[in-house]
Design a binder for this molecule. Structure first.
Ligand code: FAD
Length: 480
């Protein structure tokens, strides 16, 4: 029996033979959501407990086998699929999906990493509480993946991103030890913050197996409005007004350009996109109110009145029911899907200070139109957080695959250089993965990169945790 077979047999012993997949339907694990990369796994292993994860990692550490952790595989930066070498082990957290505990007095929930975000939201709701992290992939992404990428989504303006919602982690280290940091404490200054080190590390430092997360009271009412705004500057002015009128009630503030909404209208006409034809931008706002629906409506009316008066809004609709509110959110959440229907595209998940967004958009739009005639910009995102998905679709009627091959690098440089001129970040919420690993050094200081490499070396000296992701090039794995 070869080393390879002995290694796989060891895994079978650790997690059960039927949870080690080596042939048949591995495709769904090997293909990323955006269809940007298809890898080949040595095997897919599905441990059923933290101890089993630790046993798998120890086996990999012994053989020097690289591990790619995977949750819901909805990541947009190609971090959750193996490379094409056939030597990397894909470790799926799918079977670790239990809700371990809810502490209503401490306002916390402890769940396993593979728990689907929507199930976690439902568990909180069943306890009469709110877990506010929310994104369009919530029906399939996992909380482990959310934490590993420090996901943002649509409620960050009020509740923060995944990092801010996390009080503790359980992690299997690259050596296969278990670190139990599921404290649930809001205050704990006992040295370096290990939790924050693992959050956002995209599986390159260890495997998150469980988390203790913050819960919030459910608001008494949630109201949603859709407003047409004449410019990005007007959208920023509206955001300022919304902060002043709604205070902590402002839980969502999304912006969408006309082209992004025209794609939703084209591919999903049944969704009936409002107000987009006569306006270059639309904004979706949400007010969560802790008094009552009447109170929420009164605040919204005051806000929209003053926005219409100051001409930062030209027209608006307020949802009359929960169903209408959901329908408006559904339109916003359908943009990435409509964009995928339209064809391959180049995504930029960028952030710049909110005050600089209008100048960033104006300058970068002009630059791209001049350099790449006919280019179509799908520009939308979480304006409340200074985060735009400044995406680029090939000119109409052109071969999108060829366009990407020929232009992607050039377009990325144009956009990211513009982001840098405005003191922004090339990845606001999707992470670096392997898609942007080679680009990162152009925009991150050598000091920061040096510190990151030192941390990686200290926590994963063999370089087996998701190599080539975030920091490129990663140390090559010997495989088995
Ligand atoms: P995966 O895709 O499986 O993995 C992502 C990364 O995390 C990989 O590097 C993987 O190795 C690592 N990883 C996964 N699980 C673990 C673990 N347990 N331990 C260690 N590492 C792990 N993201 C946003 O932030 N905001 C949005 O609004 C948003 N909208 C989206 C809309 C759509 C339609 C889609 C498809 C994606 C969207 N995303 C968004 C991106 C994606 O959903 C998030 O990045 C999500 O957090 C990934 O979770 P996942 O479980 O699918 O992780």
């Amino acid at each position: 029996m070869g080393t390879h077979d002995a290694f796989l047999d060891g895994l079978r012993l650790a997690v059960g033979a039927r949870h080690v997949l080596t042939d048949g339907e591995l495709g769904a694990y090997e293909q990323d959501w955006r269809r940007r990369a298809r890898g080949r796994a040595l095997a897919v292993v599905l441990p059923g407990s933290t101890d089993e994860v630790a046993a798998v990692v120890r086996a990999c550490a012994r053989q020097g086998v690289a591990i790619v952790p995977q949750g819901g595989n909805t990541g947009l930066s190609v971090g959750s699929v193996p490379d094409a070498s056939g030597t990397q082990l894909l470790l799926s957290l799918k079977r670790l999906h239990a809700v371990r505990a809810i502490d209503t007095a401490n306002l916390t929930i402890t769940v396993e990493a593979g728990c689907v975000l929507q199930d976690l939201q439902a568990a909180a709701e069943d306890a009469g509480l709110l877990f506010p992290l929310s994104l369009a992939a919530e029906g399939s992404c996992s909380i482990g993946g959310n934490l590993a990428t420090n996901a943002g989504g649509t409620q960050v303006v009020r509740y923060g991103n995944a990092r801010e919602l996390c009080l503790g982690l359980e992690v299997v280290t690259a050596r296969g030890e278990v670190w139990d940091g599921l404290s649930g404490l809001r205050k704990d200054n006992t040295g370096y913050d290990l939790r924050d080190l693992f959050i956002g590390s995209e599986g390159t430092l260890g495997i998150i197996t469980a988390a203790t997360l913050k819960l919030y009271p459910q608001p008494a009412a949630r109201l949603t409005a859709w407003a047409a705004v004449p410019s990005m500057q007007a959208a920023v002015d509206l955001l300022g007004l919304a902060h002043r009128h709604l205070g902590a009630g402002l839980t969502g503030f999304e912006v969408m350009n006309r082209f992004s909404l025209s794609l939703v209208d084209k591919h999903y006409p049944q969704l009936r996109v409002p107000l987009f034809r006569d306006s270059p931008w639309c904004v979706l706002l949400e007010n969560s109110d802790h008094e009552s629906e009447d109170h929420a409506r009164a605040l919204f009316e005051q806000l929209l009145e003053s926005a219409l008066e100051s001409a930062c809004v030209t027209d608006a609709v307020v949802a009359e029911s929960l169903a209408q509110a959901k329908a408006l959110w559904h339109i916003r959440e359908s943009i990435p899907l409509a964009q995928a229907e339209e064809g391959l595209n180049i995504k930029h998940d960028i952030s710049v200070p909110i005050s600089r967004i209008p100048a960033f958009v104006t300058e970068t739009d002009v630059l791209l139109a001049r350099e790449i005639p006919g280019v179509r910009l799908v520009d939308f995102g979480h304006l409340g957080d200074g985060n735009l998905h400044y995406n680029v679709q090939a000119p109409e009627g052109t071969d999108a695959a060829a366009f990407l091959r020929e232009q992607e690098e050039r377009i990325n440089t144009l956009v990211f250089d513009s982001v840098a001129r405005h003191q922004g970040s090339i990845s606001a919420e999707h992470g670096i993965g392997s898609l942007k690993a080679a680009t990162l050094p152009r925009y991150k200081s050598p000091v920061a990169l040096g510190l990151m490499r030192a941390i990686k070396q200290a926590l994963d000296p063999q370089g087996i945790m998701n190599p080539g992701r975030v920091l490129a090039p990663g140390p090559a794995s010997d495989g088995v």
